[in-house]
Design a protein around this ligand. Structure first.
Ligand code: GDP
Ligand code: IMO
Ligand code: MG
Length: 428
């Protein structure tokens, strides 16, 4: 298999976990490169359901090497819990699993500040997952963050923590009227977490470049999605990392010349969790119907996801900023029930048509989507095993999507189970 980057082409939850699990069969290394446990990647195998938050979704295949790259922010407590839960289910996590020692660590005060800030912003809130992701990346970029390598050295950790708490306590007490945090409350549990993580910690850039030298294949697992990217998303209603393909390099220490292909995953419709503009959002009635049919509730927070029509404008943007050379369309089966289906081909704002994603959130918020309408197929696609067996109207819908987006659809998913996947063309 070539070295593949797989990214979300919409607002996250596109079904990346399912596809990573599927593609892992052909990969040697599966690597997360950004985000943290704000992600929730679901894999269903023979009725068993796994939700991965930090550990790559390739972990369910024995003998594959799973890596958390330097671009990920790691909540050690959440990571250890996930490791324990997988172990309890008989999944081996003890070997072939590495965490970059350059990963920045999420502390309780990051989670606390995330929640306090959201509460303070009221109606202007982002609707974060409350996992401390933004505050941890803030520390990283302010150059005061504490990395796994620091946590593993008690003296360095204690020194950096003290220095951090001085400022964090000013913010907690003066801005939010909260109690200050004492270093001792954090030191002890975090040193215990560090001891458990020590044997998994590695210079993962060296590890991955060695693997490339040996002609091993790497599958880079994006979290979140293009429209949640800090640079290319619906800013400020985004996450604090680069879920787009470029993040695969900065978040792992592998150079761009090593990457052979970039796959974008998109649902056959669109969803988003949290606040922010969403031009093709359904009205409440249709939203409820699709949410129910597609099980559209957050895999991390359980929040109901907002639902809407497929939006070609954002897909074109995803093609450009990720350099997508193929797309995977998931959850086609969820549309089985609809008599009519729409695709948004452009936005109209004050008489002007936008075929490209506008940077101004006001334009986006005030835009009217321009739709093309299709007849639905109104029969089940769940048991379809080959593209040719899909109903004629489903094929028409997909062919039009492909033409409008301008990139080949190579994978179609018609169910959450590993096997409910159709390959139109090999990506390998
Ligand atoms: P991720 O974050 O991109 O990995 O996606 P999530 O796991 O958060 O959300 C996708 C949801 O859709 C999960 O519940 C999956 O089990 C489910 N799913 C994935 N592909 C399909 C599909 O083709 N059809 C249906 N009905 N469900 C799917
Ligand atoms: P996966 O990997 C969907 C959203 C949150 C919020 C915004 C910022 O499962 O696709 P954060 O906690 O990151 O600061 O929240 O980003 N968000 C996601 N939405 N899927 C995700 O991950 C998400 N991770 C974050 O809802 O709007
Ligand atoms: Mg998810």
């Amino acid at each position: 298999m070539p070295n593949v980057v797989l990214v979300g082409a919409q607002w996250g939850d596109e079904g990346k976990g399912k596809l990573i699990d599927f593609l892992t069969v052909k990969a040697d290394y599966i690597v997360r490169f950004q985000g943290g446990n704000n992600a929730g990647h679901t894999v269903k195998i023979g009725g068993d359901k796994f939700i991965l938050h930090l550990i790559p979704s390739g972990i369910l295949h024995k003998g594959k090497v799973c890596v958390i790259g330097n671009g990920v922010v790691v909540d050690p407590q959440a990571l250890l819990k996930e490791m324990d839960e997988l172990t309890a289910k008989g999944i081996e996590v003890d070997r072939n699993f590495y965490v970059s020692e350059a990963c920045h660590i999420i502390f309780p005060y990051h989670r606390q500040l995330d929640l306090l800030k959201e509460a303070k912003m009221g109606l202007l809130r982002i609707g974060t997952t409350g996992r401390g992701i933004g505050p941890a990346y803030m520390d990283k970029f302010s150059r005061v963050g504490i990395r796994l390598v620091d946590l593993l050295d008690e003296k360095v950790f204690a020194r950096k923590l003290e220095a951090n708490l001085e400022e964090k306590n000013q913010i907690l007490t003066r801005i939010y009227a909260e109690q200050p945090v004492r270093a001792s409350e954090i030191l002890e549990p975090y040193l215990a977490f560090a001891e458990r993580l020590r044997k998994f910690s590695a210079n993962t850039s060296v590890l991955l470049n060695d693997a490339l030298q040996k002609k091993k294949n790497i599958l880079f697992e994006g979290a979140q999605g293009t429209l949640l990217d800090i640079d290319f998303g619906t800013y400020p209603f985004v996450t604090s990392s680069n879920p787009t393909a470029g993040g695969a390099c900065t978040g792992t220490g592998v150079g761009p010349t090593a990457i052979d292909t970039v796959i974008g995953v998109a649902k056959a419709y669109t969803t988003r969790v949290g606040e922010g503009p969403f031009p093709t959002e359904f009205d409440e009635e249709l939203s409820d119907k699709i949410r129910k049919e597609g099980g559209e509730f957050g895999a991390t927070t359980g929040r109901p996801r907002r639902c809407g029509w497929f939006d070609v404008v954002i897909l074109r943007h995803a093609v450009a900023v990720n350099g997508l050379d193929s797309i995977a369309i998931t959850k086609l089966d969820v549309l089985d029930i609809l008599p009519k289906i729409q695709i948004c081909t452009a936005y109209r704002h004050k008489g002007k048509a936008y075929e490209h994603f506008p940077q101004s959130m006001d334009i986006l918020r005030e835009s009217e989507p321009v739709y093309e309408e299709f007849d639905g197929w109104q029969c089940s696609t769940k048991d379809v095993k080959k593209y040719d067996e899909l109903p004629a109207n489903a094929k028409k819908y997909l062919a039009r999507l492909e033409k409008l987006v301008g990139v080949k659809i190579k994978i179609i998913s018609v169910g959450a189970e590993r096997g409910e996947t159709l390959f139109l063309e090999s990506i390998f």
